[in-house]
Design a protein around this ligand. Sequence first.
Ligand SMILES: [Zn+2]
Length: 259
Amino acid sequence: MLFDTHAHCDDLRIENEFGSVEAYIRHQLENGVSNIVNIGTNLENSRVSIELSQKFDEIYASCGIHPYDIRLYDDMEATLLELRKLLAIKKVVALGEIGLDYHYEDSDFGRQKEFFISQMELARELDVPVIIHDRDAHGDCMDIIRAFPEVTGIFHSFSGSYEMATELVRRGWYISFSGTVTYKNARKVVEACEGVPFDRILIETDSPYLPPVPHRGELNHPKHVRLTCEKIAELKGFSFEEMSRITRENAIRAYRINL
Ligand SMILES: [Zn+2]
């Protein structure tokens, strides 16, 4: 039974293709997926994640403001006040995804940092795990993480180096691997994975993004987390069954879920 620690089941493309998000989730749960954390990237879809977690025992929610979605909010303080209310709701297991994304040069990096730091402060105050989105921003992400030693959580779809993974593990973080670990050019991610102890590894799809091999070019689904688990089992020298059990236990620990 596989725990997909990071998916966006409420994505519009899923709804367009499958009609109902509920039917879609039921299909995933009937195909080897035991649990999913549905991830918020803004206030609106954080609320949708909470609704899904209330409809399905197997679904948990995260709430947070992604670096792309900060443009939706002029007033950061008012936004964080709303976010704080959502984080108090049952089955909300993390603050995220939050972080930095320097991929598009026209985005406001200063404001991304402001939102990231303020959400780290909120996580520290509320003592909740965070989910980090870090794209092309490893240096600045690590600086902010080092400034908050009390805050830990999950580095999602890890793309950093072996050294970065090792430092994060030492600081108490979990490292989550997505379908990118199956890609042909994945040498750096594979190397990082080899450096992470088995009890700190999580698996995720980030669906509908990042489909693993052989599904590249398609929409991704939580049931494809099996392919990432198979690859990591091979890298870490476990059987598929062992790796799925280990990563599920790790997810329960990382998200502090009381089953
Ligand atoms: Zn995501």
